[in-house]
Design a protein around this ligand. Sequence first.
Ligand SMILES: Nc1ncnc2c1ncn2[C@@H]1O[C@H](COP(=O)(O)OP(=O)(O)OP(=O)(O)O)[C@@H](O)[C@H]1O
Ligand SMILES: [Mg+2]
Length: 258
Amino acid sequence: MIIDIKDVSWKRDNKTILNGMTWQVRPGEHWSLLGLNGSGKTTLLNLVNGYMWPTTGEVSVLGEKFGEVDLRELRKKIGWVSTSLQQKLYGHQTAEHIVLSGKFATIGLYDRTDDQDRGKALELMTFLGCETLLDRTYDTLSQGERQKVLIARALMAEPKLLILDEPCTGLDIFSREQLLQMIERITEQPDGPTLIYVTHHIEEIVPCFTHTLLIKKGEIYNSGATADMLTSATLSSFFGAPIEVQRRGGRMWLMLGE
Ligand SMILES: Nc1ncnc2c1ncn2[C@@H]1O[C@H](COP(=O)(O)OP(=O)(O)OP(=O)(O)O)[C@@H](O)[C@H]1O
Ligand SMILES: [Mg+2]
């Protein structure tokens, strides 16, 4: 089991943010997560990353039960890309340093790296089409360039699990399509990571995402095969509004109905 979450709740200030969530991700699956603002997606992923502890329930990731595992070691097997990570990074570091720091899953680069590490960083940046940015400091990069550097960073430790929390935020339509193609290529690699992809835009849920989790007000509303979740009927009741799903070129597009 890649992720095994059993009856997990998370409370803060007497408010229940996540309530009784049970979710399992098996090897070979790639999941997309859908839910309105504030529904609990990022909180759930923070629990998966071990950045937060569940108030009740059990979390196991990559076969390791939280509470019994060294989280710093486990985090090296989990790649993470999100805009909240962007804010934590040091802007004066070069793109190369940011990518290299992924090897140690640290913010900032403190550990020694060798030629092999630098070769790997270059290879990943080339794979993502951002190798020309190697010597540029992070704060001079555009939003799209930053996202590519962050994905290269996340792949540096050869993670078993790759969490992408709204990775297409701020990307123009061409950069977005490029990024989605790269994401599909990542899933085609043998021994590649299991992907968890959070988005508000269902057209980003490319065919490699086999499963979809629908989260509403801190609870799992429904989960299962993407084709069963992304239907007009399911999404209309999920959002409580008339929704029409249109299929085109293996992708789905949302229309608000009358
Ligand atoms: N540390 C915290 N203390 C109090 N409330 C919190 C905390 N972290 C999150 N919340 C609240 O929990 C709810 C879920 O937040 P979360 O960030 O998980 O939502 P989300 O589904 O990722 O939303 P978005 O689509 O806007 O990113 C929100 O109402 C948020 O304000
Ligand atoms: Mg969020």
